[in-house]
Design a protein around this ligand. Structure first.
Ligand code: HSE
Length: 292
């Protein structure tokens, strides 16, 4: 028996919601195919050009599958073939797709015995290997789809949000930003005045999603804590944002820990125009890029 699944790329943070908000994209997606083995081991085949490890202990999907074996009682194993389309270090939840995909694939072969919360716990083991810390803002939308709020990870408390009909445009400039590096440069303390602005924006954004209020969503897409530090790592960032908004985008910012940048638009026409602007900005500064 084999199980084939699609694990979508995700945009974490959604600007102001560092580590607590995320959405699932239509593309890019990883394709993963799983087979059950009758001995407790994990065999990994990578079908990509990214040179990812095949040692299960060193592989994001591998550690999740090992944990699933242990949780299932230790007498089964998994063989997995991973066709990776989400580039590692892109800010589009590449490690989360491997981790979440592994948890979901294993669960399907084991007769769906794990709850959603258990799948998220399992997948976070992979995310920890990749980024050094547990966070669920890519994993959760990858598993559930749509837009999700992670109210807490200790204990797991997930709130799927309403998904307004918005279009997401993403540009991936071909530079690599490691999530672990992009986390290390963050300040450990925030000013109360910044915190107040930030939680006003998060509340506004969530209310905007629930009320399908596009203008409120646009106004709330502001980050006074993380973006000022991280955007320094992303050439062209301010220009992409300014020009996209001039073209009618509601707003946007860094996708996850970058370098990808995303913008939300109300219509497909604006979203496509934003894509052209993103591409033009990076061509002007001489950085290869890919627009989704
Ligand atoms: N919330 C995480 C971060 C997402 O911004 O570090 C990483 O993709």
């Amino acid at each position: 028996e084999t199980v084939k699944i699609k694990a979508p790329g995700t945009v974490a943070n959604l600007v102001c919601g560092f580590d607590i908000l995320g959405l699932a994209l239509n593309e890019p997606c990883d394709i993963m195919e799983f087979r059950l083995l009758d001995e407790p081991k994990v065999v990994i085949h990578n079908r990509d050009a990214f040179d990812l490890p095949t040692d299960p202990e060193q592989n994001v999907a591998g550690v999740v599958l090992l944990a699933a074996i242990e949780k299932a009682g230790g007498n089964v194993g998994f063989e997995v073939t991973i066709e990776k389309h989400i580039k590692p270090g892109s800010g589009l939840g590449s490690s989360a797709a491997s981790a979440a995909g592994a948890a979901v694939g294993a669960n399907k072969l084991l007769g769906n015995r794990f709850s959603t919360d258990e799948l998220i716990q399992l997948a976070m083991i992979g995310e920890k290997l990749a980024t050094g810390v547990k966070h669920a803002d890519n994993i959760t939308p990858c598993i559930l789809g749509g837009i999700t709020l992670i109210r807490s990870i200790h204990p797991i408390d997930i709130v799927p949000l309403a998904t307004p009909d918005l279009y997401v445009t993403v540009v991936h400039p071909q530079i690599e930003v490691r999530t672990s590096d992009a986390r290390q440069i963050l300040k450990q303390q925030v000013y109360l005045k910044d915190a107040i602005k930030q939680w006003g924006n998060i509340a506004g954004l969530v209310a905007g999603f629930m009320r399908n209020d596009k203008q409120l969503i646009g106004r709330s897409l502001e980050d006074v804590i993380i973006e000022p530090v991280r955007s320094i790592l992303i050439p062209g960032f301010d220009e992409v944002k300014t020009r996209s908004k001039e073209a009618g985008a509601l707003g946007g910012g860094i996708s996850g820990s970058g370098p990808s940048v995303f913008m939300l638009s109300e219509t497909e026409t604006i979203a496509r125009e934003v894509g052209a602007i993103m591409n033009a900005v990076y061509r002007e500064i001489g950085i290869e890029n890919y627009v989704y």
